[in-house]
Design a binder for this molecule. Structure first.
Ligand SMILES: *Cc1c(COP(=O)(O)O)cnc(C)c1O
Length: 407
């Protein structure tokens, strides 16, 4: 019965062009990856889909730091942080992260998590108790939505970027504790949240602002400190969640916030307490990643990434202007996430498949990940790309804009 039920659901999903499948990479993360096709053969594709924005995932210094960390600390942490898994390597990384964020959050402490998903669950369930109300942008990441659903607090969602409606919701709220929650860079659109205006609202309504900086940490702001630094914000009301598996190139996540908030997460965050600490070798490698990000190499990589983003946007705007009949639209994004919105699911899939036959890998993103009728190619750029890679993608899109697509 269960299997028949699941098969039925699968058929329905496939009929709506919503089936998902994984690809097996035979090579490390990077713009050029050898992948296994459905028929078992492998081929190399030029990918525009990773979140490795600075191209650090395969950086020799990080690979060496991971090996050095393993030689010093072994392979695993052996236990959760509160039992015996909390090492000097974790503590040093937390201190380095706190120092990075303290210009934006005076007196901040930092707490490591195994993933951003788990950090968001801990944050929202711990702070969002029965006394609190959560106000969330409708386009927030799934982990923030899930955290809000698990929390005892009531969660209200405001339409994307509609601060006027958020203001009205805050005015009508009688909860003792108010938490505004937003992505800093929206993961499927690439646009930046209006963080200065959100912080002003938080101050006016005595609310706290939780910022999920998964796509900003390492890339935006002075020395790659992230979105808070990008906007020059400074407030004790800010709660920052950064992930360490995207620009930082390794894995894991952290929360930086007021020490009382960090302590509450240690005491009560279930996805902090009831899970094995990340391997100390990973924390050791992450400390090396933070040094790269803040140093000259990080600066050069951020500049190169910015130039690639500008070049891609110029080329795609020109293409869309030449071929308005395609109905394509480039999202209004200044970040490494550059979605090309094409509309329906089958067009997005056909375009992605046609690019693949030309050796290019750009994923089609469909509902429910994005709203209905806004299926898109989610192009992400990395400092590991060359200018010629961007040109190759744009040339292929130019050709495809002239041809009817075969679904
Ligand atoms: C990737 C992502 C997360 C989850 O982080 P992981 O470390 O991959 O679990 C959370 N929020 C946003 C906005 C993300 O893009």
């Amino acid at each position: 019965m269960l299997i028949a039920h699941l098969n039925q659901r699968r058929l329905e999903r496939e009929a709506a062009a919503l089936g998902r499948r994984r690809r097996i990479a035979e090579t490390p993360c990077g713009p050029r990856q050898r992948l296994q096709a459905a028929d078992g053969t492998t081929r190399e594709l030029l990918g525009f889909c990773s979140n490795d924005y600075l191209g650090l995932a395969h950086h020799p210094e990080l690979v060496a730091a991971l090996a050095e960390g393993a030689a010093r600390w072994g392979a695993g942490s052996g236990a959760s942080h509160l039992v015996s898994g909390h090492s000097r390597a974790h503590a040093e990384l937390e201190a380095a992260l706190a120092a990075l964020l303290s210009p934006c959050i005076p007196g901040a402490e930092a707490l490591l998590f195994c993933s951003g998903y788990m950090a968001n669950l801990a944050l929202l369930t711990t702070l969002g108790d029965g006394e609190a109300a959560i106000f969330a942008d409708k386009l927030n990441h799934a982990s923030l939505i899930d955290g809000g659903l698990l929390a005892d607090a009531q969660m209200r969602r405001y339409p994307h970027g509609r601060l006027d409606l958020l203001d009205a919701m805050l005015c009508n709220c009688r909860a003792a504790i108010k938490l505004i929650v937003t992505d800093a860079v929206f993961s499927m659109d690439g646009d930046l949240a209006p963080l200065p205006a959100l912080l002003a609202l938080a101050e006016r309504h005595d609310a706290w602002l939780i910022v999920d900086d998964a796509h900003g940490f390492g890339v935006l702001g002075a020395d790659g400190r992230g979105a808070l630094s990008h906007f020059g914000l400074r407030s004790e009301r800010l709660i920052h969640m950064g992930t360490l598996g995207k620009a930082a190139g390794v894995g894991g996540a952290f929360v930086a916030a007021h020490p009382a908030i960090i302590d509450a997460l240690v005491q009560g965050g279930r996805s902090y307490i009831y899970t094995t600490a990340m391997p100390p070798a990973q924390a050791h490698a992450l400390a090396a990643s933070l040094r790269l990000i803040a140093g000259d190499e990080g600066r050069r990589r951020r500049q190169h990434l910015e130039a690639l983003v500008a070049d891609l946007r110029t080329r795609l705007h020109a293409l869309i202007a030449r071929r308005p009949a395609c109905g394509w639209r480039l999202a209004d994004s200044q970040t490494a996430i550059q979605p090309l919105i094409v509309g329906d699911n089958t067009t997005a899939l056909a375009l992605s498949a046609a690019l693949e036959t030309r050796g290019l890998w750009v994923p089609a993103i469909r509902p429910p990940t994005v709203p209905a009728h806004t299926a898109r190619l989610r192009i992400t750029l990395s400092a590991a790309h060359a200018a010629t890679d961007v040109a190759r993608l744009c040339d292929a899109l130019e050709q495809l804009s002239e041809e009817p697509l075969q679904p």
